[in-house]
Write a protein of this length. Structure first.
Length: 440
């Protein structure tokens, strides 16, 4: 965090200032408003805005939307229902996996629509949203003195912004939440050093129209140059998300300056089996690298949710679930911390930042919730990117398809890793998995 510049402070001080209004920021705003706290959200873009994403909400994410009471409004947008993933490799393996659970299905829908619906709910719940406001830094500064002539007030944290009208301003709150995604300014402020990504992948996403190759599932193709995800994003299954992910060290040059051509060549090489040539309607949207581990998710007066708290890789498409779950994990901890701090508000002056100690239970819960999943993501990435290993594993999955179903439930965040050890899963239509729910 930088020290001490002075900017004109904004007048009203909310309890929580959330930077970013993607799924993590909006879900947290809703949960905090329900607990009665005042929330202001600062968003660089204007909704509805596109986001580089495979645009699939996995079954765990669907359950999280349901817990938040938002599923009906999302279903009203007519998303595609996804019953599993059709896995294909360049070497010709094909594994048709299914979630095979009563309430286990994923959804495909444009991120612009999903995120606009979530932020709309946050505003309906009473959160204040300021769009076109870019947070540039977090500063530590002295607050105004409680009484005149008594010197500087207590130390405070403030976000320095470029407002929609182009002017600089600073805003303060007892808690600043970084929900500002992969390249989080807030996360950089509390993690001091920028993480060095171990893997340098880049993605190219386009919106496609046409009659795609799958009926009830998304399709994941894995080959020499990388992976391709293809998923319907509307119930009529004429609108698709195509996402190509490649190693930038290897393919960066051929991609540079011509992402759309690269995207189209990748699709042609993979030969995904469209009835007729798909049309590119929107994009390309590019993103990467992704592997952004974060050591700290809390500090004095600061807490991170969603991608800002750490991200690995788009391959297993779990980011929206994690964004929503991190908000669910954070809300009760913030609630408790704000209640405890309530008595310490200096008379007349703005409240001091929440202490790191009061926010620490969230960091512990977050690490517990995602640690094993992160390890599994790395194993899957290791398998998919090595031709021989990929061949062996997919050969095995073709022979025992129930294991493929179990894996897809695991990456769908509706089963624990230990469920892979449960022999009952080796038969199709096995027992419903224990659901992973956020701690209270
Ligand atoms: C190629 C790709 C494919 C993916 N596919 C899937 C998938 O199919 N399924 C899935 O579940 N996940 C997928 N993910 C991951 C998913 O997109 C993210 O995990 C998810 O969007 C995280 O949500 P978030 O709210 O943390 O961040 P975001 O959705 O990134 O939202 C952050 C918000 O903060 C705003 N912001 C950023 N910086 C500032 C700033 N300085 N000031 C103010 N506002 C700011 C941004 O404008 C944005 O609105 C994919 C990711 C990529 C890159």
């Amino acid at each position: 965090m930088k020290g001490g510049h002075s900017h004109a402070p904004r007048r009203s001080t909310p309890d929580v200032l959330i930077v970013g209004s993607g799924p993590a920021g909006s879900a947290l705003a809703i949960l905090l408003r329900r607990r009665g706290w005042s929330v202001t959200m600062l968003e660089r873009a204007f909704h509805p805005r596109p986001k580089a994403c495979g645009e699939c909400v996995n079954p765990g994410g669907v359950r999280a939307l349901s817990r938040l009471g938002l599923l009906d409004s999302i279903l009203a947008l007519r998303p595609a229902r996804l019953e599993g993933w059709y896995l294909r490799t360049a070497e010709g393996h094909q594994v048709d996996t299914r979630f095979r659970m009563e309430d286990g299905f994923g959804l495909g829908l444009p991120r612009a629509d999903l995120d606009a619906a979530l932020v709309g709910e946050a505003v309906r719940h009473g959160a204040r949203l300021h769009e076109g406001v870019t947070v540039r830094a977090i500063e530590s500064q002295r607050g105004p003195a409680p009484t005149s002539g008594s010197g500087g007030g207590p130390q405070q944290l403030a976000v320095v912004t470029r407002e929609a009208d182009g002017h600089s301003a600073c805003r303060t709150a007892p808690l600043i939440v970084g929900a500002d995604g992969l390249r989080s300014v807030v996360a950089r402020a509390i993690n001091r050093t920028d993480p060095v990504p171990l893997r340098r992948k880049v993605s190219i996403t386009c919106r496609l129209s046409g009659s795609g190759p799958t009926r009830r599932s998304g399709l994941l193709w894995m080959g020499g140059f990388g992976t391709i995800g293809l998923a319907p994003v509307h119930a009529d299954r004429q609108l698709w998300n195509g996402t190509v992910v490649v190693d930038s060290a290897r393919w960066g040059r051929s991609l540079a300056g011509r992402p759309l051509e690269f995207f189209q060549e990748a699709f042609t090489t993979a030969g995904l089996g469209w009835d007729s040539e798909p049309m590119v309607l929107e994009g390309p949207w590019c993103s990467g690298p992704f592997d952004v581990p974060r050591r700290r998710a809390v500090s004095d007066g600061v807490l991170l949710v969603g991608d800002a708290a750490g991200y690995y890789d788009p391959l297993t498409g779990q980011g929206i679930y994690r964004a929503l779950l991190s908000a669910e994990l954070a809300a009760p901890v913030i609630d408790r911390a704000l209640r405890r701090a309530g008595g310490r508000r200096p008379s007349g002056g703005p409240p001091p930042p929440l202490s790191r100690a009061s926010l620490a239970p969230y960091e512990a819960r977050l690490h517990r919730a995602f640690r094993v999943g992160r390890g599994i993501q790395r194993v899957i990435e290791g398998v998919v990117s090595r031709r021989r290993v990929r061949g062996l594993v997919f050969g095995g999955l073709q022979l025992v398809p129930a294991v493929g179903d179990a894996l897809i439930r695991l990456t769908g965040d509706v089963a624990t890793p230990y469920s892979l050890l449960n022999p009952a899963l080796r038969t199709r239509g096995g027992p419903v998995e224990p659901t992973i729910t956020p701690g209270r």
